[in-house]
Design a protein around this ligand. Structure first.
Ligand code: GDP
Length: 337
């Protein structure tokens, strides 16, 4: 986007050295570069990511999802603090597709995870913004690599349960955790079967006070429901546990199960296999995003598209023919380059 180059930028080397030293200020600034849409930043971003790549990949990546109100922030706060107590450094990233539409992220509006935010062992970064979920996800993926290179050993990627973002998070994590509530039907919780199917673990949160019994019932119901799904390629059978984030009950057990999972998939080879597949998929995601950017970013294409839109509405051309016409125009545009 233009040739404008902000004055506040450092050299790629300064960012790289800062990230590798674990300097949080430079990590944040490097992430800003990765998230930027400016052409000049994109060049630096590529250089930074390429340079830190050998130092990335050493974390365990956990995706966490659940509808708004299920207790994600509360859970991540206690879970993150538990991990820190075990000696880990934890980075918390989020994919929040709604931030594309409503300028401020809904996740950023409240004061979240105060204790974690104040811990030197935790790094919290709100969602990147972007035009497409794919674009946002790609940026979050690169942010994750930067955090790993900066020494964070556990990455928590949170998403709000509103559709496609779960698939994106599942595609970049090693373990997928779904938070649910007792006493609300699946429909009510907006959780689709496909998301249940991705879960390595379901945690019934808010299992406290009057809710304990209901949560236990929900636990066995969900456990039965999960048995219906075909055995996952990981060799792991998804588990359902109850927890209370607010009372810090069951959080240690969640981590215990994740540790069991990690041991299993490291031993049976699934961990590496899955990471490799994710890497390849990531390339395709980038190709898709770049193609979209080239296509819709072209003035020629935009002009022709607006004419075609009118022609479709006035029934001058069929949608299929119009699509072919614009693709042909795109091909010609590239052949003449
Ligand atoms: P998020 O929208 O998924 O991030 O949910 P929040 O963490 O903001 O929690 C939503 C509400 O549920 C808040 O009022 C929390 O205090 C409450 N909450 C979160 N976890 C628990 C829990 O374990 N038990 C109870 N009773 N309330 C909880």
């Amino acid at each position: 986007m233009g040739n404008y180059k902000p004055k506040s930028r450092l050299t790629a080397k300064e960012y790289i050295d800062g990230v590798l030293r674990g300097d949080r200020v430079l990590l944040s600034r490097a992430i800003t570069i990765v998230e930027s849409n400016l052409d000049s930043d994109k060049l630096i971003a590529k250089e930074i990511v390429q340079a830190i790549l050998p130092k990335s990949g050493n974390s365990f990546r956990i995706g966490i999802t659940g509808v708004p109100g299920v207790g994600k922030s509360t859970f991540i706060e206690v879970f993150g603090l538990h991990l820190i107590k075990q000696g880990y450094k934890v980075a918390i990233l989020s994919i929040d597709p709604s931030s594309q539409r409503s300028k401020g992220s809904i996740l950023g509006d409240k004061t979240r995870m105060e204790q974690l935010a104040n811990s030197d062992e935790a790094y919290i970064r709100p969602s990147a913004s972007g035009d497409t979920l794919g674009g946002v996800a790609n940026k979050t993926g690169e942010t994750m690599l930067l955090c790993e290179a900066a020494g964070y050993d556990i990455i928590l990627i949170e998403t709000v349960g509103v559709g496609q973002s779960e698939t994106a998070v599942h595609g970049m994590t090693d373990f997928f955790l779904l938070l649910m509530l007792a006493g609300a039907g699946d429909e009510l919780q907006g959780i689709k079967k496909g998301i249940m199917e991705m879960a390595d673990m379901v945690v019934i949160n808010k299992a406290d006070g009057d809710n304990v019994r209901k949560s236990e019932i929900a636990r066995s119901q969900y456990q039965n429901a999960l048995h219906i799904f075909p055995q996952s390629e990981s060799g792991w059978s998804p588990v359902v546990r109850t927890a209370s984030a607010i009372k810090n009950i069951g959080i240690d057990k969640v981590w215990e199960e994740i540790t069991n999972y990690k041991k299993l998939v490291l031993e049976n080879g699934y961990f590496n296999k899955n990471r490799n597949l994710q890497q390849v998929q990531w390339m395709y995601n980038n190709v898709n995003e770049e193609l979209k950017r080239l296509f819709y970013g072209s003035k020629d294409i935009a002009n022709q598209l607006s004419i075609l839109e009118k022609d479709i509405i006035s029934a001058k051309i069929s949608p299929v023919k119009a699509a072919q016409k614009i693709i042909d125009a795109f091909k010609t545009l590239f052949q003449t380059r």
